[in-house]
Ligand binder design. Structure first.
Ligand code: ADE
Length: 243
């Protein structure tokens, strides 16, 4: 039986299938994230496949070196052009990529809207940098999107690639059990999510807001919206109205 999630019914298509190719010298840093929970389920259901590729397998250096000193001097090594070029050439010869993403703190800030767009892609490659980053010629000739997950520097792109992959994969129809729940996430409508509660309705004298147990659906919707607006005004006035 083909199970269609409410979201996929809404958009009129059966499950999309996505392939993500991750280029990394330390794939084990990322692999554990996909070995459990929602990500594992997405892979088990064949909604997404993730493949890891190590630039060390493409170096002609007998010591498997993939980095070198930067021209012009300065501290820090740079990932060399050739291993990455050979690897990406091989990937590109096999399929057409909708995006070849480079994870870098000087990229554009990753946002929910970008995740939404990427979740509709079929083939994505993500390049993880290390040390001082990758040779600029790879960025110039292969990379289509440069993405940062925040204004701080991580020791490698793997953690950032896992963040981006997770945010994309959970949006693929069929990945979340309740297909509509991704639509009510924070940021989806330019608002943070409202507070949520579960049983018991009273704990330690702390009561759940009465409206939520009233059965008044319209009232609940209005309350949630008003809470979301309030929270966003207080915490993230910069995103108010983003869509
Ligand atoms: N690599 C190192 N730091 C990063 C960041 N903040 N975002 C994306 N990739 C990175």
């Amino acid at each position: 039986m083909i199970y269609k999630s409410p979201l996929s019914l809404l958009e009129g298509f059966i499950f999309a299938h996505m392939r993500i190719d991750v280029v990394s010298i330390l794939p084990q840093l990322m692999q554990s994230w996909f070995a459990d929970s929602i990500m594992k389920r997405a892979i088990d259901k064949s909604l997404v496949e993730i493949h890891f590729h190590d630039p060390r397998d493409y170096t002609k250096d007998k010591h498997k070196k993939v980095d070198d000193y930067q021209f012009g001097g300065g501290a820090g090594m740079v990932m060399m052009v050739e291993p990455l070029a050979l690897l990406l050439d091989e990937l590109k010869a096999k399929r057409k990529y909708d995006a070849i993403i480079y994870m870098t703190p000087d990229g554009i800030p990753f946002k929910q809207q970008i995740a939404n767009r990427f979740s509709q892609f079929e083939n994505i490659a993500i390049v993880c940098g290390h040390y001082k980053g990758i040779d600029q010629r790879i960025r110039d000739h292969y990379i289509t999107h440069e993405i940062s997950i925040g204004d701080y520097v991580l020791s490698g792109g793997e953690l950032a690639a896992a963040v981006v992959s997770d945010a994309i994969i959970r949006l693929i129809p069929g990945v979340l059990n309740d297909g509509t729940s991704a639509l009510t996430d924070s940021f989806q409508d330019g608002l943070l999510a409202p507070p949520v509660y579960t049983r018991p309705a009273e704990y330690n004298g702390w009561k759940v807001p009465e409206i939520l147990t009233s059965g008044n659906l319209k009232g609940i919707d209005d309350w949630r919206h008003q809470q979301a607006v309030e929270r966003t005004k207080q915490r993230r006035p910069d995103i108010l109205g983003d869509e």
